[in-house]
Design a protein around this ligand. Structure first.
Ligand code: SF4
Length: 426
């Protein structure tokens, strides 16, 4: 069986034919008893005292708070770069068909190992994955192959379930990472809700930058995170605002986890949208955990108390700023699924398509956004599926939904400018 798709280049077909021939040859040799298949297993190392942890770059908040969580527990941690150099290095060791986050993260890890002169045997690559309907669970397999090819074999890699960190990491690190995600989500919501209406230009960003430092220090030094967030919220609350002209058009930013938050991957699209007179609506990264916990309860009989406990922790933090972020409080994940099913998407598959369909419907049904910006890296499987379903959603709800796919080159963001001008003029 020869797999063909829309990537109809000669190179693509040649590669498939070569792969087919090699598979047949292997099969025949095995049948003839000439080769004994060797079971191959990915590395699965434990984090040990003295290891330096490599933390993938998602954005300047979440990744930093993750690194702080490791530092607090006694493991030096460095955040990878997500720049052009990392991407170029990643492409040297990838096959070319992988999605951008994988390439960028692996390239960033190789660069960091080389630049920092890190000993692979004492370096732990922290890449939690989950069973998504895409290549996400294979990140660590490719990383191991890439490290070996780059002459950095021996880097420790743990097969860590991103939804059950405590199974493989110290409990304190796992708990802090979850709280880090909540804290980052809250800081983003405060920033994007307040900045468009500030009376003095630049004040919100100043408060935001100070807030990042304060939360980072609380995590790193084992301080009271709730107290730190509470103080930060007061600073945001004190920013003089002017909403007398009403709310600006709200643009919900949905899509792939990596591109949505990473200004390196999305080429600062959030700044562009804000500069064109819109208010940004950004979901919290915690929705990923809730998607899995929801599925575990619904389909696998998991104890619902886990889900409820996480919801309670998140609500406890979000309550601090409820009067400021208003309709942006994180919804119950089940509500998005209910809306999806009511819209006749009945098969729930864990992953980004379900997350982003449910979230978009939530905003559209509850009047939480006037437009949706759907961001994804090139070759993102759930992103492609979601984009096609969004066409129908756009038609049904009469709300613009714009898809952007990034590959690390060009300037896809510029197509947004007329869309945003239209929204402003409505
Ligand atoms: S969701 Fe998309 S970008 Fe993320 S790992 Fe899967 S295919 Fe890659």
């Amino acid at each position: 069986m020869l797999q063909l798709d829309e990537h109809a280049s000669d190179v693509g077909y040649t590669t498939r034919l070569e792969a087919g021939l090699r598979s047949f040859a292997n099969h025949l040799r095995r049948e003839a008893g000439l080769v004994k298949p060797e079971p191959t297993r990915p590395r699965d190392d434990r984090l040990e005292p003295g290891d330096t942890v490599l933390v993938p770059y998602l954005d300047r908040l979440i990744s930093r708070f993750w690194a702080d969580s490791f530092t607090r527990a006694g493991y030096p941690a460095v955040v990878l770069e997500a720049d052009e150099k990392a991407l170029n290095t990643g492409y040297r060791y990838a096959s070319g068909g992988e999605c951008l986050p994988l390439v960028s993260i692996v390239g960033g890890a190789i660069e960091k190992l080389r630049e920092g002169g890190l000993d692979p045997a004492r370096t732990f690559f922290f890449m939690p994955t989950s069973c998504y309907a895409c290549n996400f669970p294979q990140f660590n397999v490719l990383a191991e192959l890439a490290f070996r090819t780059a002459g950095l074999g021996g880097v420790k890699i743990g097969q860590i379930n991103g939804m059950a960190l405590a199974e493989r990491l110290p409990q304190s690190v796992a708990a802090r990472i979850f709280e880090s995600n909540i804290a980052a989500g809250l800081l983003y919501k405060l920033r994007y809700r307040i900045k468009p209406y500030e009376r003095q230009a630049g004040q919100t960003v100043e408060v935001f930058d100070r807030a990042v430092e304060r939360v980072s220090a609380a995590i790193r030094e084992g301080g009271d995170l709730r107290a730190a967030l509470s103080a930060v919220v007061e600073e945001f609350r004190a920013i003089p605002r002017d909403e007398s002209a009403g709310r600006r058009p709200r643009v919900a930013v949905l899509g792939d986890l990596y591109v949505k938050y990473s200004e390196a991957a999305n080429q600062r699209v959030l700044d562009l949208v804000e500069s064109q007179g819109a208010e940004l609506v950004l979901p919290s990264m915690t929705e990923y955990a809730f998607c899995y916990y929801y599925a575990d309860v619904r389909f696998h009989g998991d104890d619902p108390r886990h889900y409820r406990l996480l919801r309670a922790i998140e609500s406890r933090y979000e309550k601090l700023a409820a009067d400021l972020i208003g309709e942006q409080l994180e919804p119950d994940f089940a509500e998005g699924v209910r809306l999806m099913e009511a819209w006749r998407v009945k098969h729930f598959i864990v992953g980004e398509t379900s997350i982003n369909l449910g979230r978009a419907l939530y905003y559209l049904e509850h009047g939480g956004a006037e437009a949706v910006l759907h961001l994804n890296p090139m070759f993102c499987c759930p992103g492609v599926v979601t984009a096609s379903i969004y066409r129908k959603m756009q038609e049904d709800y009469g709300v613009p939904i714009v898809d952007l796919f990034y590959e690390g080159t060009g300037n896809p963001n510029r197509i947004l400018i007329p869309h945003l001008a239209y929204l402003r003029g409505k």
